[in-house]
Design a protein around this ligand. Structure first.
Ligand code: AMP
Ligand code: ZN
Length: 467
């Protein structure tokens, strides 16, 4: 089934078709983290969304090259390095490691290429040089090099491809040096920032003197290097449409004269308890904060994957409790299927797989995808309860779950390791049952429950589960 996705560039849902003439290889770039702090749950929504896109493409048979940069030099980073009197690498390294660890906890597939901006200064300089040669960039009196929106538009190029910008209200010659700016100040933006004492030791030599790159040019240089001058997919959170992505398009197309990206995908923002996340409101969560509250990565992933990527999502702790319950329904069903199937294998049951793929192909309709999973859980449980599920049917159902989980990535809860004391109690209960001392067996069952374990008698023996 053809995969359809909303393209921000055309503001419409389009059939996805890779640039590769063999229609097999797909190049995908997702703007990565700015490593100046731990990523928050809003950032994670965007990265889990990128993982869903990648997994869906792989599920559809494409060979994806997934690139995610690490922004390890920009204004906010420099400010913190200065305040904390540390070195750039020491500061960013800590948050980069934490980010990559959290990415794993959330079950995201690791991007194939993870370029750091500081590792691409030569490519960044070369790209700026091209823009200067083409006459769309200039060095200003402050020593910095800026992108000229006027010159770019003068060449017939289109600035404002991702969203409507009121360019006629723009004042000619206005410039903006900071990496982040508002729509009201559409202006020439910095490609290379001339050294100022506040930059401390964060500086590189360039044809325009000492300085450092602007944030936007970093992504153009790294994506072109990894994926070529024109590639298939570019992703990010919706806040990046302007100025970041608009500037990426201008820099890339301004330098190469070729279309930069065929398909732009943007994820909507996450709110917490209906409000924008902020430290002062006390609703600011990192993944680590949620883990400290006893939630797992797969529960957070599940919750983030329940909403459509183009809809604002309201994150609540109650929702996370709901995620726990929903996942335990799946775990229980899959656990029973494993017991019945044993070592048997079979081709995946096509019913679930077909419904699930149709939902995803429809612009990643995750609500319909989850609905197909829970309908399958309900029907499977019914067959198990009626004792009508054969061993091959159980194996086929399991194979179908594994196939859909290659996209969902929530897996199945691994059984917690059983402590020796609990196993000893379980054995004592077995012995009590054998000697028909049912009172003692029941007492041990209660004791186990008090210690947080339930014991189940299955045809294959006893099973211990953590409550
Ligand atoms: P940053 O580390 O600030 O560069 O952001 C990393 C990614 O998180 C970007 O794609 C942002 O668009 C995205 N992002 C930031 N805040 C939110 C939010 N509240 N909800 C969803 N995505 C967000
Ligand atoms: Zn970027």
């Amino acid at each position: 089934m053809a995969l359809k996705l909303f393209n921000t560039l055309t503001r419409s849902i389009q059939e996805f078709a890779p640039l590769d003439p063999q229609k097999k290889k797909v190049g995908m770039y997702c703007c990565g983290p700015t490593v100046y702090d731990f990523a928050h749950i809003g950032n994670w929504r965007t990265f889990v969304f990128a993982d869903l896109v990648r997994r869906t493409l792989e599920f559809s048979g494409y060979d994806v090259k997934h690139v995610m940069n690490i922004t390890d030099v920009e204004d906010k980073i420099i400010k913190r390095v200065r305040e904390q009197k540390t070195s750039l690498r020491e500061f960013t390294g800590k948050f980069e490691t934490a980010f990559l660890d959290d990415l794993k906890v959330l079950g995201c597939r690791e991007p194939h290429v993870k370029p750091r901006a500081t590792g691409h200064i030569a490519e960044i300089i070369a790209l700026i040089e091209k823009l200067v040669v083409r006459g769309v960039a200039y060095q200003a009196a402050d020593g910095s090099v800026y992108f000229s929106i006027g010159k770019y538009r003068g060449c017939g190029c289109h600035y404002g491809q991702l969203l409507k910008l009121n360019l006629d209200e723009m004042r000619a010659g206005e410039r903006v040096a900071s990496d982040e700016y508002e729509k009201e100040s559409i202006a020439d933006f910095a490609l290379w920032k001339a050294y100022v004492p506040d930059d401390g030791e964060v500086t590189w030599d360039s044809p325009w003197g000492k300085g450092r790159p602007g944030w936007h040019i970093e992504c153009s240089a790294m994506s072109i290097k990894a994926l070529g001058e024109t590639f298939d997919l570019h992703l990010g959170g919706e806040d990046l449409k302007f100025p970041h992505h608009e500037d990426e398009i201008a820099q890339s197309e301004g330098a190469t004269g070729k279309p930069f990206v065929k398909h732009w995908l943007h994820g909507a923002h996450l709110l917490v308890e209906g409000k924008k996340m902020s430290k002062s409101l006390g609703n600011f969560f990192t993944l680590r904060d949620l883990q400290a509250k006893g939630f797992t990565g797969r529960e957070v992933r599940y919750l983030l994957l329940t909403a459509h990527y183009r809809e604002t999502f309201n994150f609540t702790l109650e929702g996370l409790h709901g995620a726990k319950t929903a996942l335990s329904r799946i775990d229980e069903c899959v656990g029973k299927l494993r017991d019945i199937a044993g070592n048997a294998t079979a081709a995946p049951d096509s019913n679930l797989v077909q419904q699930f793929s149709a939902a995803l192909a429809d612009d990643l309709n995750v609500s319909a995808a989850w609905a197909s999973v829970f309908e399958w859980v309900r029907e499977t449980n019914k067959c198990i309860a009626d004792n009508t599920l054969s061993i091959p049917a159980a194996a086929s159902a399991l194979a179908a779950w594994e196939k859909v989980d290659s996209v969902l990535g929530v897996g199945v809860k691994t059984e917690a390791e059983v402590p020796a004391e609990i196993s000893a109690l379980a054995e004592a209960r077995m012995a009590a049952k054998k000697s028909k001392d049912f009172q003692r067996a029941d007492a041990i069952r209660e004791e186990l429950k008090a210690k947080g374990w339930v014991i189940e008698d299955t045809p294959k023996g006893i099973k211990l589960k953590k409550i």
